[in-house]
Design a protein around this ligand. Structure first.
Ligand code: HEM
Length: 116
């Protein structure tokens, strides 16, 4: 279980890096966003995050469920923003606000993870 937890935690850190790394790299762009790191990173965050909570519960580790519910809520908004951004990009619509919302909220989730 501990090994699986470590694997999921490593995935969690890599998913975070994908979203926030691509956010910083493309911060000044107005168009032509590369959205796959944001989209796949957001999917990875939700899947690994829920997996981590599941393992912690199964091994009787005490977790602050309010904190992780808030994190899940924010991560779902990040994922929704990424999905809508991909759809908008295909239609030739505006992507910048959605890209910024996804990156900004991922940073908020880092702050929630670290300071709560
Ligand atoms: C954009 C989405 C997310 C980001 C940026 C993020 C960020 C982080 C960071 C920086 C950590 C390491 C700091 C720490 O251990 O306290 C962490 C750990 C963790 N996150 Fe997330 N997270 C996200 C989504 C989620 C979701 C959706 C869940 C589950 C509902 C979740 C559950 C966890 C758990 C269980 C840990 C390990 C806590 C521990 O072992 O003490 N995360 N996350």
């Amino acid at each position: 279980m501990e090994f699986l937890y470590s694997i999921l935690f490593a995935g969690h850190m890599l998913g975070l890096a994908a979203i926030i790394g691509s956010f910083f790299v493309q911060l000044r762009r107005k168009s032509d966003f590369v959205l796959s790191p944001t989209l796949y990173g957001a999917i990875v965050q939700v899947v690994t995050g829920v997996g981590l909570v599941g393992i912690a519960e199964a091994t009787d580790h005490d977790l602050d469920m309010v904190k992780f519910s808030v994190k899940l809520g924010i991560a779902v908004i990040v994922l929704a923003a990424a999905i809508v951004a991909v759809v908008q990009q295909r239609k030739g619509g505006k992507v910048q606000p959605l890209f910024h919302a996804a990156g900004g909220l991922a940073i908020v989730n880092v702050l929630v993870a670290v300071f709560w």
